[in-house]
Design a binder for this molecule. Structure first.
Ligand SMILES: NC(=O)c1ccc[n+]([C@@H]2O[C@H](COP(=O)([O-])OP(=O)(O)OC[C@H]3O[C@@H](n4cnc5c(N)ncnc54)[C@H](OP(=O)(O)O)[C@@H]3O)[C@@H](O)[C@H]2O)c1
Length: 303
């Protein structure tokens, strides 16, 4: 039975990777940030020494794209230098590193879904840090697997401080104010459980090098928001905006959808449709919220 160590286990992707590997019979050791901070080389080494895994998966990341413009050092420490820690430790223990990266390594000027051989050109501190992480993995290891993804949303986003785009939209809808979302930026929203299953498929096929796994449908953030509200049966005031009107601290790629053709050529299944993924997400979300409610009721004093 293969041993897997996952870092960043409490995040949206980390939680799904844990379930996917466990369901397929692997021995899985999961580290959240409180158990192993990947910026701390000694903690990474100790984690690997304790379990001696064949495969090390890095699902940890600093994902605050705009805040990274104010604190580029933190973004670089987590997304780049910490990947060096992992790569060095994997090299010492002969483990394979599986690392996740981002569609934001591209500048978005191509106007079509990006393929693995396209030239990266990051536009900001977060994007540079993610590209540097890829480079560190490739600098120290001969066969790392680097999987780039886009706009991740998974049920664990209900629990994490950072959440995801679906949670943000539902929160704004509950506030009742007009919601403005850019219609001139396109990505590939990716459902975390589908991403985790396909990432494990790639690992089981012995893939190494760079692979893209984005949700199958390139879509503007505005259209994605509209789909979320339609699926949730909500009708908040939603208005399109654009990057000229809606300025953010970080520049973002305009068209950063990812092509999965290389992964699919290895026999990895196409991603589910975005409509199906949102329906699944909302169903799991509702069941987790009702469980939470039941637990809270059970905890309250009875008359
Ligand atoms: N989310 C997206 O839209 C998106 C888009 C493109 C690519 N990606 C990539 O996809 C991968 C998975 O992202 P995700 O959506 O699952 O992210 P996420 O939900 O934000 O989870 C990231 C996890 O990393 C942990 N972490 C942060 N700093 C750490 C450190 N120094 N040591 C150990 N753990 C640390 C976080 O812990 P804390 O909660 O304690 O900070 C969190 O549990 C990442 O590589 C990300 O860059 C994500």
């Amino acid at each position: 039975m293969k041993k897997i160590t996952i870092f960043g286990g409490a995040g949206q992707l980390g939680a799904e990777l844990r379930s996917e590997f466990s369901a397929r019979g692997y021995r899985v050791h999961v580290f959240g940030r409180s158990k192993a901070d990947i910026t701390n080389a000694a903690e990474v080494e100790q984690a690997l020494a304790a379990f001696d895994p064949e495969i090390v998966v890095n699902a940890a990341a600093y994902n605050q794209v705009d805040v990274a413009e104010k604190e580029p050092t933190t973004a670089f420490q987590v997304n780049a230098l910490a990947v060096r820690n992992l790569a060095v430790a994997c090299r010492q223990s002969d483990a394979q590193l599986v690392h996740f990266s981002s569609d934001y390594v591209f500048d978005g000027l191509g106007g079509r879904a990006y393929r693995e051989e396209d030239e990266p050109h990051p536009l900001g501190a977060y994007a540079v840090s993610k590209l540097a992480g890829e480079l560190y993995a490739r600098a120290y290891l001969d066969r790392p697997l680097i999987i780039r993804t886009s706009g991740v949303f998974g049920p664990a986003g209900l629990e994490t401080a950072r959440g995801n785009f679906v949670e943000m939209m539902l929160r704004l809808a509950a506030n009742g104010q007009t919601i403005r979302v850019v219609e001139d930026h396109v990505a590939s929203p990716t459902y975390a459980p589908a991403l985790a299953a396909r990432a494990v498929d790639l690992i089981e096929r012995g893939a190494h090098g760079i692979y893209h796994l984005g949700g199958g449908s390139p879509i503007s953030w505005y259209d994605w928001a509209a789909k979320i509200f339609a699926a949730a049966g909500l009708h908040p005031p939603l208005k399109p905006t654009n990057e000229r009107e809606f300025r953010t601290a970080a520049r973002r790629p305009k068209y950063s959808a990812l092509s999965n053709a290389k992964s699919e050529s290895l026999g990895v299944a196409p991603m589910p449709s975005l409509d199906d993924a949102i329906q699944l997400y909302l169903k799991i979300r509702a069941s987790r919220l009702s469980q939470r409610g039941a637990i809270a009721e059970g905890a309250s004093p009875r008359p």
